[in-house]
Ligand binder design. Structure first.
Ligand code: ADP
Ligand code: ASP
Ligand code: MG
Length: 417
């Protein structure tokens, strides 16, 4: 049994969905196929959720555009009478029903109720399309399988419960291909949840872990994992193999190619992860395994994370920053579910970088200001260089203003503009 995962770019138009069908057709059996929302759908749903929560009716146009996008892709793939159109109408009906309710007091709860529709829409189109083209499969609702706690927008998996449900439902007695959604699940009361942005890779790993799959393949718009984003750096080199630990480090610092939570369940069961190109099927890709000869010779690996906000706090009485002060800062970060990326402490100040969050940043800063003096800059870039050398640091900082520079034995972190 194997697991395939297709991300947003691999299903963003009719041509790519035909290519997905081609890959699945040639693929192994039995097979679980995990699919993300099409193209930039999740970003759009996020905008809709934000506007809805703030009682701003501007989202109506976004909903129409989203509907037009899904229907136009479906029109290229199906005959006009196909049942898929009724299914899509139903899903948009459910989304609109949600949008007609009063927002609750819980942004994260409302966010998940809206944002999870992206994966329901994409998998509906793809499952129907595969069935129409003779690739028989069953559509499975991931909300029935991936059970989580109620930490909406970054729900934590209840592993034993999820495994039980996955094993009970995915028996392969009714089909040899299941199509399901990445990124989504539900809590014990059946309310939809999401697992954190980019979480579909993680869903594939959860399903592989629960079913003891032989391997997982994530099909991407790049030919594997490189020493830097190959879309930004032509000279980036592809890795044939990486260890789980090295891959976890790259993902943790923000190499968007793999979601950071993906590797742990796979490592636990020694399930290899293949990262392959969905365009060039002959390309070798990268395999992540128990490999123990990483990066020899240690090649510098560059990881860039944009849209960073660097925040520096000082005590209002100009005293030393204490452990209690830091504890307070972390509890506030946690309360707003912000991602904290790098931090630095001096006697009188504490600085840290977070991913920009349009909805929560102002509230977060306001709360910090109740306790500390706060300065912050937005629109920054966090550069992590693993196995750094002087030349790479120089190249990455040339002509840039450096806000923070931190160095350990293996990594250098630079926050720049
Ligand atoms: P998916 O939607 O399939 O999950 P993503 O867009 O999330 O795909 O991830 C693939 C993208 O990750 C690539 O298009 C590439 O621009 C980017 N990327 C960043 N760092 C790396 C890296 N080190 N190696 C390969 N791709 C990278
Ligand atoms: N669709 C979700 C997102 O864009 C999950 C994913 O693509 O992995 O974040
Ligand atoms: Mg991704």
């Amino acid at each position: 049994m194997e697991v395939y995962k297709f991300g947003g770019a691999s299903v963003q138009n009719a041509e790519n969905i035909r290519q997905l069908a081609n890959i699945v057709k040639q693929g192994p059996r039995p097979l679980i196929v995990v699919v993300s929302a099409m193209g930039k759908t999740t970003n759009k749903l996020e905008r809709i959720a934000n506007a809805y929560y703030l009682h701003n009716r501007d989202y109506k146009n976004d909903v129409l555009e989203l509907k037009k996008y899904h229907f136009s892709v479906a029109q290229e793939l199906f005959e006009p009478q196909d049942k898929v159109f009724t299914k899509l109408e139903n899903l948009f009906g459910q989304l609109n029903e949600q949008l007609q309710r009063q927002p609750s007091m819980n942004y994260d709860y409302d966010y998940d109720r809206i944002v999870h529709f992206g994966e329901l829409l994409s998998t509906t189109i793809i499952s129907c399309y595969l069935n129409r083209t003779g690739i028989k499969n069953l559509w499975i609702d991931a909300r029935e399988l991936i059970k989580t706690d109620s930490d909406f927008r970054r729900a934590k998996v209840m592993w034993a419960e999820a495994q039980k449900r996955i094993k009970e439902r995915l028996t392969f007695t009714d089909t040899d291909i299941y199509i399901t959604q990445g990124f989504i699940g539900s809590n014990i009361n059946g309310h939809p949840v999401t697992l954190g942005r980019e979480g579909s890779d993680f869903s594939a790993a959860i399903l592989a872990w629960a079913t003891d799959a032989q391997k997982v393949t994530v099909w991407k718009d790049v030919e594997g994992i490189y020493s830097a984003d190959p879309k930004l750096w032509q000279e980036a080199q592809r890795f044939d193999q990486l260890s789980y630990d090295e891959a976890i480090e790259l993902a943790f610092y923000g190499a968007k190619v793999i979601h950071p939570k993906t590797l742990k369940p796979l490592k636990e069961k020694s399930i290899p992860l293949y990262v392959r190109s969905f365009i060039n099927l002959r390309a070798k890709g990268t395999v992540i395994t128990d490999f123990d000869r990483d990066l020899s010779p240690m090649m510098p690996v560059i990881i860039v994370k944009d849209n960073q906000t660097l925040i520096s706090i000082k005590r209002q009485d100009s005293g030393f920053i204490s452990e209690q002060d830091m504890e307070l800062v972390f509890s506030i970060i946690n309360h707003y579910k912000l991602n904290n990326n790098v931090m630095q402490r001096s006697a009188l100040s504490f600085s840290f970088c977070i991913d920009f969050d349009r909805v929560h940043l102002a509230f977060f800063i306001e709360e910090l200001r109740r306790h500390f003096s706060v300065k912050y800059n937005t629109g920054l870039r966090l550069i992590t260089i693993r196995h750094y050398d002087a030349e790479t640091i120089k190249k990455m900082t040339a002509g840039r203003e450096i806000f923070l520079h931190q160095q350990s034995r293996t990594n250098v972190y630079l926050v720049v503009r």
